[in-house]
Ligand binder design. Sequence first.
Ligand SMILES: Cc1ncc(COP(=O)(O)O)c(C=O)c1O
Length: 462
Amino acid sequence: MLSRKRRKRGAKVSATYANRAFSEPIPKYEIPNNGIGPDVAYQLIHDEMNLDGNPFLNLASFVTTWMEPQAEKLIMETINKNLVDQEEYPQTGVIQERVVNMLAKLFNAPEKNDYVGTSTIGSSEAIMLGLLAHKWSWRKRREKEGKDTTKPNLVVGADVHVVWEKFAKYFDVELRLVPMEHGRYTMDVEMTKELIDENTICVGAVLGTTFTGQIDPIKEINEMLVDLKSAKGLDIPIHVDAASGGFIVPFLYPNMEWDFRLNQVKSINVSGHKYGLVYPGVGWLIFKDKEFLPEDLIFYVNYLGSEEATYTLNFSRNSAMVIAQYYNMLRLGKSGYKAIMKTCMENAKYVAKEIRKMSVFKLTHEDLKLPVVTFYSIDNEISVYEVSRKLRERDWIVPAYNLPKNAEDMHILRVVVKENFSRDMADMLIGDLKRAVDTIKGECIVRAPQKKKSSQIHNKIC
Ligand SMILES: Cc1ncc(COP(=O)(O)O)c(C=O)c1O
């Protein structure tokens, strides 16, 4: 029997789920008058988050969904440090500089030890900053020559991410798009040349497009620009959007020339939170040389007795993802990144091979360079949107969308293979994809399992 005292104490104890907050409506669009206990608040929100998709089955996103526990520990240790407070957290600034240097060398910048670049919140901020620098340089040059500075333009392929269009709109630059066509979902060099003139601030090229994961002909565009320079004196820089490819190509295809080895490539962005294998919230912008970042865009912060150049759109953010990026650099090294990218590619090629075997689909392109598989339904026999919806019933997130202008009737599905996507998962995905197709084609009858020998069941069970 419980003593009176213990009974009284016991009466006060209530399980988290039996808390009053669970039987009362929670205000959704205004701050409640009174708070609730931390366990209860945690559980309520935690449970609500179960309605989100499962990050491990999210094959839509390029963004990292898994990191090692040691990286997560460092993230929690540094999440309360504001990256911009370099005076208070000088070592964080030092680490950021180390990563900038590591990436500049990875992208084959000319040999030296004080490369110019910055961490950003992602590739979007990095692209905006890179292009802003090119716009500034173009304007300065034109002013010096006494020429008109009111009509800057930017030449890119229709395969660019929406951030390029945002830049053009936000920063008042005309966007000149090199159109796609059926069977070509990257830039065409001749068409690019036709769009360039003296007001072109920069040509943008993508190392791993969002739409199909393909690579623009960067080397060929560079050659065309080098020729243009000697023929017409137009010195047009290239900014390479290596959001996805920047952490893949250097490890898997080190001889592919797309980076600072090319004369006209002056700036590169990469997403740390994509194949840099860091959780969302980190991108990088690297310049080939200090001269390509106009001085009046730089803000100097003094710490540790030396001057630190800062160039960002954003002010406060936590340091955790920069530190996590540094963790990956040390932890994995070049060989570790190479091994992971190789595995991703092998699994992507396996998925592609299995999809190729399915008579209903065709790959958008055969030469897979990045672990991104995009495919469409031959003759639009089945709706890719319906396939995407059916896969979602099994929690797989596989987006369906159509390609930009001139190829807009191409409706495709995209599978982004990341580090956590094993061969086993690939087999499960392919199995579910086949079942989805069968169901959509009406070849599959859904019914409850029967107590019969399997040989007596003629219809496939979904
Ligand atoms: C080619 C490309 N560029 C830029 C971006 C934008 O990157 P972020 O999400 O890091 O801002 C993406 C995102 O998927 C992308 O695929």
